[in-house]
Design a protein around this ligand. Sequence first.
Ligand code: SAM
Length: 226
Amino acid sequence: MRFTFMTLFPQLIEGYFQDSILKRAVERELFSYDFCNPRDFSTSRHKKVDDTAAGGGAGMLMNPQPLFDALDTFKDAHIVFTTPVAKPFVQNDAKRLAKKEHIVFVSGRYEGIDERVIEQYADEVFSIGDYVLTGGELASLVMSDAVARNVQGVLGNSESLDVESFETSLLEAPSFTKPANFKNLSTPSEYLKGNHSKIAALKNALSIAKTKYFRPGQLLQYKTRA
Ligand code: SAM
């Protein structure tokens, strides 16, 4: 698996892969990442990558030429654009994209990207939520992180993927670690007794309660399927 981040600001992304689980996964060659800066493809004298919006309006847009030329170098890759207006990126998208060989995440800046670029090159377009960020780098990082942890071998214990929230319509049950009693706050006693079927039943009940509280719509899906 290879990620290419198409961005005017690669340094905003680079640090994220230089620690912890994702760093180790890169070292073990489970995935790789690189950068492509559209500015390097600009044919204008001053390496310009933005221009005013046709028809007026505030702010600048990323102009098509550098992006067209940059994207032309990735003929076989799966091209993903970031934009606040698209459908939200969800766990199923992360799992599906983890099977691709090469994904290019395109980060917009300024007031966004000339629409012709998206129309011409997008295999998929995603938002990471209903708010507007200053650029697509965080969105690209969010998606690539979620994709990477679904790549075989990236998480030490792949079982942890199966029981996570969004794998089924129920959210993951609350988790506790040691000590069993901390500042008079205790772990549910059933968790400590070692009876696996009782622990599983309690976790299921707690998952239902948590889903009802945080995601009532999702609980409805669970009930419809059951
Ligand atoms: N003018 C655009 C609008 O109102 O729809 C917003 C452009 S935003 C300031 C600049 C870039 O940030 C976008 O091109 C996109 O790449 C990225 N971006 C901002 N919010 C995002 C979100 N919620 N999800 C994904 N990408 C986002």
